[in-house]
Design a protein around this ligand. Structure first.
Ligand SMILES: [Cu+2]
Length: 179
């Protein structure tokens, strides 16, 4: 056995390293989640550029802030140069049933306040696909996300900044963690 088994690297350290690499400062003591998988198809009856693609999500929550990074990989050529809405949703990622993801995770809704929709009250992760079929998006919001069985959902069009709407749900990734 080698002395440096990569499985022993704490997730917080791994997530912090990713964020430091892309230039985001990470507070010590932050809670981190790193998850990756092939995307689940929410429209199995229709072909989409996200069929066969994979994604990785890193969430680092501190007392009053959350930084989320979404990376997608292996997106089809028809998507190159296009922007797709993506958000953290409050519900689960279930293949073939986009409704199970529920609405957007929204901090004002969690608080029971009048609902405000913006990139500061929700985790928006729109991705623009590069010529290699990859994309990266970063969200930084001034609240901690409450853990649960949640998901990142990728939509058919870019997010409307006023309404948060982004068209039909194409694919999702489970983002599930416990307190
Ligand atoms: Cu969404």
């Amino acid at each position: 056995m080698g002395l440096s088994n990569p499985r022993r690297v704490p997730r917080t350290v791994a997530a912090a390293a990713i964020l430091v690499v892309i230039g985001i400062p990470v507070a010590w003591g932050a809670a981190a989640l790193v998850t990756g998988a092939n995307l689940s198809d929410l429209q199995p009856a229709a072909a989409s550029a996200f069929d066969g693609a994979s994604a990785k999500v890193t969430v680092v929550s501190h007392r009053d802030s959350t930084t989320t990074v979404l990376r997608v990989h292996g997106v089809g050529a028809s998507a190159v140069g296009k922007t797709y809405g993506a958000h953290l949703h409050e519900g689960m990622c279930v293949a073939g049933d986009g409704s199970r993801a529920g609405g957007h995770y929204n901090h004002t809704k969690v608080l029971g306040d009048p609902i405000t929709i913006s990139a500061q009250t929700e985790v928006w992760l729109d991705v623009t696909i590069d010529e290699t079929g990859d994309a990266t998006a970063v969200s930084h919001v001034p609240f901690a996300v409450v853990p649960g069985q949640r998901s990142v959902v990728i939509h058919a069009v870019a997010t409307d900044p006023d309404t948060g709407l982004a068209g039909p749900r194409l694919a999702c990734l489970p983002v599930e963690w416990t307190p």
